[in-house]
Design a protein around this ligand. Structure first.
Ligand code: BEZ
Length: 221
C-alpha cells in the first residue's frame, strides 16, 4: 500500500482549500497538525464527524494543533457543505473553524494512501477513507489511523491520543490502555532502574508479576 510510515517527513504539498492555496509546511508553521480525510461532502456520517471536529476545535487549539480536513470534493462544495455542518452542530456558531482541502483530482489521496477501494462514487472512482494523520512540529508523521467510510471516528479519542503523543515527545514514558491526562504512565522499557529513578522525582513503582520480571513500572509524570 502506498503511503507514509511513522517518522517520515510529511509531504510539503500544495493544495486548494477553503482558505485558498496552501503549502502544507507553511500552513503548519511550528505547530502540531492533524489532517483528517472524509469520503464525501453532503453525506451523513461525514457531517456528524466534521460537526464534532468543529465543536472540539478549541481543544485542538489549546494543544497547539492546527486542524485541516480533506476530501475529493471541490472548494465550492466544501463551502456549501460547511453551512450544513455548522447547522448540525447546535453548540457552534459562525464559519467552520478549520479549512478543508479540495483534492478533486485525487492527487493527495493517492500519494498519501487515503483511497477506500470499497467505496466507489457514481463514476466508479474510489472515495477517500477516514484517514487521520498527526504531524509533529518537526513535520514528521507521529500517528496514522485509517477507518473505512462506514465507521465514524471519535474526536475525544483523537484528543486523548494527541495528549499522549505530546507527553511522550517530552518525557521517556508511554501511556497505558485508556490513559487520560493526569493518570500514571509507564516508564519505557529501554530505561534502566537507575536512569528511571534519576528522571522521575515522583518515584517509580514496579508491579510484581508471575514472571518475576520487573518491566511494569509506573510513574506520575
Ligand atoms: C457517510 O458519511 O455517511 C458515508 C459516506 C460514504 C460511504 C458511507 C457513508
Amino acid at each position: 500500500m502506498p503511503g507514509l510510515l511513522l517518522g517520515d517527513v510529511f509531504p510539503n504539498f500544495e493544495a486548494d482549500t477553503t482558505i485558498g492555496q496552501i503549502k502544507f509546511h507553511d500552513f503548519l508553521g511550528s505547530s502540531w497538525g492533524i489532517l483528517f480525510s472524509h469520503p464525501r461532502d453532503f453525506t451523513p456520517v461525514c457531517t456528524t464527524e466534521l460537526a464534532c471536529a468543529a465543536k472540539v476545535s478549541d481543544e485542538f487549539k489549546k494543544r497547539g494543533v492546527k486542524m485541516i480536513a480533506l476530501s475529493i470534493d471541490s472548494v465550492e462544495d466544501h463551502h456549501n457543505w460547511s453551512k450544513d455542518v455548522m447547522a448540525f452542530n447546535s453548540e457552534a456558531e459562525g464559519a467552520l473553524p478549520f479549512p478543508i482541502i479540495a483534492d478533486h483530482k485525487r492527487v493527495l489521496s493517492v500519494q498519501l494512501g487515503m483511497l477506500d477501494p470499497d467505496e466507489i462514487d457514481k463514476d466508479g472512482l474510489p472515495l477517500t477513507a477516514r484517514c487521520v494523520f498527526v504531524i509533529g512540529p518537526d513535520k514528521k508523521l507521529k500517528l496514522s489511523i485509517l477507518y473505512p467510510a462506514t465507521t465514524g471516528r471519535n474526536f475525544d479519542e483523537l484528543l486523548r491520543v494527541i495528549d499522549s503523543l505530546q507527553l511522550t515527545a517530552q518525557k521517556k514514558v508511554a501511556t497505558p490502555v485508556d490513559w487520560k491526562p493526569g493518570q500514571k504512565v509507564m516508564v519505557i522499557p529501554s530505561l534502566s532502574d537507575s536512569e528511571a529513578a534519576a528522571l522521575f522525582p515522583n518515584g517509580v513503582t514496579t508491579k510484581e508479576l508471575p514472571s518475576g520480571k520487573k518491566y511494569l513500572r509506573y510513574t506520575q509524570p
